[in-house]
Design a protein around this ligand. Structure first.
Ligand code: AHR
Length: 349
């Protein structure tokens, strides 16, 4: 099956010398032009086209970083990376945590606008409601750089309504998880899928990439697919419930490590051996995930790097310096399995 978003994401160049931080981070640039395939949504606003607001070059900046939530190691690692880079440069970072609330995140961005920050880094909770926050900042002449998650491109466009999107290719992450599973199972599996936050770009795209691979395999079936909000507790609860209806499950695919770790607890509580009776595949590469691989309970984990600080501020510098910043900067991710997880634990988060 084809993937409309991937057709519209066109790689235009490997990072250039004008973006040294991006090179260090192993990124390439691309031109993403679509939003997620999310269904209906909160916003009615739409982008006005044109170009993002300008940023005057300064010795030091006051920037906002609007984080979605701080309830898992991935989010904390992302926040630490942003704070560390700002401190290293002597820039002031105004940090907000939206506590997983779209309304609070919109209010957080509104407050940054009122404080006249130079630029806003936004890690949006979901695609549609947070597109409105991007447009509010644009209307106030404050440039925005999206980190990690996208907003709906029908409502706000990179290179027009905001400067750029920096993050992983989530469709590809889901596809890689699916392809590993096809090989590991010989194309035979009964799968429970734990989805991330509804309406968020990683949940939409990781599902799309994975489901497209599985749909092409007659012996593989997704017997249940349900949101568990990227959270460990919810991952455990949802798996517990689904196991009652589907005791014949052979695979759990979770859109992040936290939900996979919750599923592992639920499988053990049900008397099953995760990693053996039921294969577990996930995305992120956090320390507990790598440890679970070393313990034989998680089988495969596609990395999703949270270390955005150097890349994000590198893009800010390029933009302020009048260089052309590509509409998309894609971070490349590796993957972990029993062959490499143990040696990566010490350097993980
Ligand atoms: O947007 C990235 C996802 O959000 C990470 O995979 C997940 O752990 C986080 O909460």
């Amino acid at each position: 099956m084809t993937n409309p978003r991937r057709h519209l994401v066109r790689t235009v160049a490997v990072c250039t010398l004008a973006l040294p931080a991006l090179l260090m981070a192993g990124c390439h640039t691309s031109a993403p032009t679509t939003g997620g395939g999310g269904s209906t949504g909160g916003g009615t606003a739409s982008g006005g086209g044109g170009t993002p607001p300008p940023l005057t070059k300064k010795a030091h900046y006051v920037v906002g970083f609007s984080q979605v939530v701080s309830n898992n190691p991935w989010r904390i690692a992302e926040t630490n990376s942003m704070k560390a880079e700002a401190a290293k440069r002597g820039d002031k970072l105004i940090f907000t945590d939206a506590t997983d609330s779209e309304a609070k995140q919109i209010a957080d961005v509104t407050s940054m606008v009122a404080q006249h920050v130079d630029l806003i880094f936004l890690a949006p909770k979901s695609e549609k409601p947070l597109a409105q926050a991007v447009l509010k900042a644009k209307a106030a002449n404050i440039p925005v750089i999206l980190l990690d998650r996208r907003v709906d491109a029908a409502m706000a466009k990179p290179g027009a309504d905001y400067v750029t999107f920096i993050g992983s290719d989530f469709v590809d992450q889901g596809k890689r998880a699916g392809q590993w599973l096809v090989k590991a199972t010989g194309g035979k599996a009964k799968i429970i899928e734990l989805e991330g936050t509804a309406g968020s770009s990683p949940a939409i795209d990781r599902k799309k990439g994975f489901d497209d691979v599985v749909t092409g395999q007659p012996g593989m079936q997704i017997i249940a697919s349900q949101p568990a909000d990227f959270a460990r507790d919810k991952g455990r609860q949802v798996t517990e419930t689904l196991l009652q209806a589907h005791p014949d499950v052979t695979v759990v695919y979770a859109h992040n490590d936290e939900m996979a770790l919750g599923a592992i607890s639920a499988l053990e509580a049900a008397g099953k051996k995760p990693g053996k009776d039921v294969l577990v595949v996930s995305i992120d590469g956090e320390r507990d995930g790598l440890q679970a691989i070393a313990d034989g309970k998680l089988n495969y984990d596609v990395q999703s790097s949270p270390f955005f600080g150097p890349v994000a501020f590198g893009a800010l510098d390029s933009y302020a310096g009048g260089q052309k910043v590509p509409a998309g900067i894609v971070v490349h991710d590796k993957a972990y399995d029993a062959a490499n997880a143990r040696q990566e634990i010490a350097s993980s988060y």
